[in-house]
Design a protein around this ligand. Structure first.
Ligand code: FES
Ligand SMILES: [Fe+2]
Length: 333
């Protein structure tokens, strides 16, 4: 199997990364990019998703241009067939009955969870499990997929932006923040293994008429209570509420496609407003992520600098500082 690409630490290959919404992978193979590796994702008839290197050993054609037949992926050039173990099981041009052992393509670990297809490029056991989100498996919650959001930025930048408190009043005024209350309340971050835990009660904008997606009924100086888990390297579980029983779960994961390219998946659960069409939240997040995109794509360097001396950090940047430290400790950057 190929070694780490120079722009990514090898340990990132031992992590689960999302590569597609499950509904994007139907009866045809799909080409995705993960850590600069070309990967093809496809399904066998039992519905199981599989991931393998998107390269035919014969002449280097992209297998994702081919098709699925008899639980095999068929190369579009000369119709060699690869089964789900990556072995070539049919070479139509050859009269030989034995197929050379080298006729195969590497397969990657693949699983489907939370409506996403996840891939781990390493043959070794994945370094961390996926987060547990019992709300998404409960009938008391309705789940909506938003995005995906493809940005010209490193996944670390997209993740950091999702959890950055200081920008809400300025980038999302009236939607997520209030420019009259820009001070970030104190919060502390606890790092346990590969997960950052932190909670913040922060000022937010009143629920807007345009996008009435939140359950805050206070119109003067409303506040939002948010409990975060940032799972290294690029996944966030955010549980938020307003002091009552209504709550939301934001599950955000960024796919590191290339060093300067990522694709974010934002899955939102709510225990209220079940009749609201999915499009309300989807259009809301299109606006929010659009507001963030132009900022984050302008950031230099493309990747978050994990050396603390490279930037200026103040007290309210506690999450950013902890993220940099934990990424270094876990040898992920
Ligand atoms: S290039 Fe794939 S079968 Fe020839
Ligand atoms: Fe934002």
């Amino acid at each position: 199997m190929a070694s780490a690409t120079p722009e990514f630490p090898a340990r990132l290959r031992r992590c689960w990364h999302p590569v597609a919404y499950a509904h994007e992978v139907t009866d045809r193979p799909v080409a995705v990019s993960l850590l600069s590796e070309a990967v093809v994702v496809w399904r066998t008839a039992d519905g199981r998703a599989h991931a393998m290197r998107d390269l035919c050993i014969h002449r280097g054609t992209a297998l994702s241009l081919g098709w699925v037949a008899d639980d095999c992926l068929v190369c579009p050039y000369h119709a060699w067939r690869y089964d789900a173990t990556g072995a070539c099981v049919r070479i139509p041009q050859s009269a030989l009955t034995t197929i050379p052992a080298r006729a195969r393509t590497p397969v990657y670990q693949c699983q489907e969870r939370y409506g996403l297809v996840w891939v781990c490029l390493s043959d070794d056991a994945p370094a961390y499990p996926l987060p547990e989100i019992p709300e998404f498996e409960s009938t008391g919650w309705k789940v909506v997929n938003t995005g995906p959001f493809g940005w010209q930025a490193d996944a670390s930048r997209q993740v950091e932006n999702f959890t950055d408190f200081g920008h809400f009043p300025w980038v999302h005024p009236g939607l997520l923040g209030d420019p009259d209350r820009p001070v970030v309340p104190d919060h502390s971050v606890e790092i346990r293994d590969h997960v950052l835990h932190y909670t913040i009660v922060r000022p937010e904008a009143p629920n807007s008429d345009e996008f009435p997606v939140f359950a805050n009924e206070v119109t003067e100086r409303p506040e939002r209570r948010s409990r975060y888990e940032l799972h290294l390297p690029y996944t966030i579980v955010l549980r938020l509420g307003w002091g009552g029983t209504k709550g939301m779960v934001y599950f955000f994961a960024s796919q590191p496609e290339k060093a300067n390219r990522c694709r974010g998946y934002c899955i939102i659960g709510r225990n209220y407003d079940f009749d609201d069409p999915d499009s309300t939240l989807q259009e809301f997040e299109d606006v929010i992520f659009g507001q963030d995109q132009r900022i984050v794509e302008s950031q230099r360097p493309d990747q978050v600098p994990f050396d603390l001396a490279d930037e200026l950090h103040l007290r309210f940047d506690a999450v950013a500082v902890a993220y940099r430290r934990a990424i270094r400790t876990q040898q992920l950057g």
